[in-house]
Design a protein around this ligand. Sequence first.
Ligand code: NAD
Length: 479
Amino acid sequence: MESRNWIGGEWVTPRGETMVVCDPSQISEQVGLLHLSETDEMARASDAAHGAARGWAATPLSARGEHLRRLADVLEAHLAELADLGSREVGKPIGEMTGEVARGVQILRYYAGEGMRAVGSVIPHSQPQVLQYTTRVPLGVVGVITPWNFPVAIPLWKIAPALICGNTVVWKPAEGASLTAVRLTELLAAGGLPAGTLNLVIGRGARVGQWLVEEGGVDAVSFTGSAATGMGVASTAARRNIKCQVEMGGKNAAVVLADANLALAVPAIVSGAFRSAGQKCTATSRIIVDDAIFPAFQQALVAAMADVRVGAARDPRTYVGPVASLDQFQKVRGYQARAEGARAIAAAPQDGVDWAAGYYVRPTVVAEVAADDALVQEEIFGPLAVALPARDFDEAVALCNQTVYGLSAAVFTTNLAQGLAFMEQAAVGMVRVNQETAGVEYAAPFGGMKQSSTHSREQGSAALDFYSDTKTCAVYYGP
Ligand code: NAD
């Protein structure tokens, strides 16, 4: 498979450099070839989106909803095929990747439903015989910039609400998820969106991504990715005073209190820390455990980790696949080397894995690391978690909040009062009791506090607030 751009309803091969894509599960195997774009190709996509903007905005809301419903049907019909490609390109275990594409179908249907829901409200006016109401209007052209770790769900949870709100889109996916992006766009195109409504440009973030935000004339940008890139995107958008939403990293804590049900807590923590090889912004990266149960927790963790099977992403028995790329592999291995000074308290079995065949990293939990160490403070984005002891509830909450990030957190307890107190005190956008830190409900607001986000929310009806402007209208109907 080779990458192509979808611009103004036509497929065009980018003219820039090429890049070979290898299967992270088996790096000797080639998945495809990327052709990368130059800025003039991005400029054409932006022009196409601007050209289609008026027609799409004038399309009745219910008709836009019908379009999204058709896209959902096409995606559903190709679910297994797209999941297989995603699994080969980013190394996500096939079960998880299939779930992700199914989630994409649900997201499209959810926003299709917005086509029939009420918009705005009627507000009493201070003068007689004046009808005052609000409505939503599209922003225009939205730039969508996405990471590689959810190659289908994240793009769709941006594109679907952007489209239903009447915007046209220029999408720049991550280099490492470009083949999946091309196939997804082929399916969306087959669903019959008008030319120019959705445009896809494959290329390097620092080149065409940055150009899109700085000079592409977009009216808004929705970005998900690392904090370093996101802060740059946000400051460019602020200079241009365009609407901007930036979702970034996390350093999420799962807190295990002394009264926790370990049979519930441990599988949720293993899943939160290691599914997708820890490459989720909501992954459990710090495990804060009350001193009183640390030995019991470790024992249960060691037992659970014995079943964590590392292997090729398309092997249905695999629990943890490879990390997604050579860059990821080198970065995570760097943290692993740093963790050699710590005490490994549990790890996945080493036997039966061909570690050298792909970008495999052994899932491990380490302890005896200082709270200000890079392992505790920086986003690792790999299958390496740190366990920290806490004297009591207050110290556990303090440790949980001792980070620049504020995306997600969980507490495991059988005490309702402690669960509720944690929900109140954890400085994060998403907080849970007796559930893992990862996992997303598409109808609920998603986003972080502190350095994890620009403080807006994605998904659910919160996304409609971002992808539209509110217009306040008043009509005098007196003599
Ligand atoms: P990244 O920041 O390297 O890249 C994200 C996207 O930005 C890519 O499409 C990339 O090409 C593009 N980009 C790079 N430089 C750019 C620039 N100068 N201007 C404009 N665009 C540019 O991130 P990644 O490695 O692809 O993704 C992993 C990160 O994403 C992790 O930090 C993770 O926590 C975060 N993430 C956050 C969420 C969330 O919702 N909070 C969800 C998933 C992933």
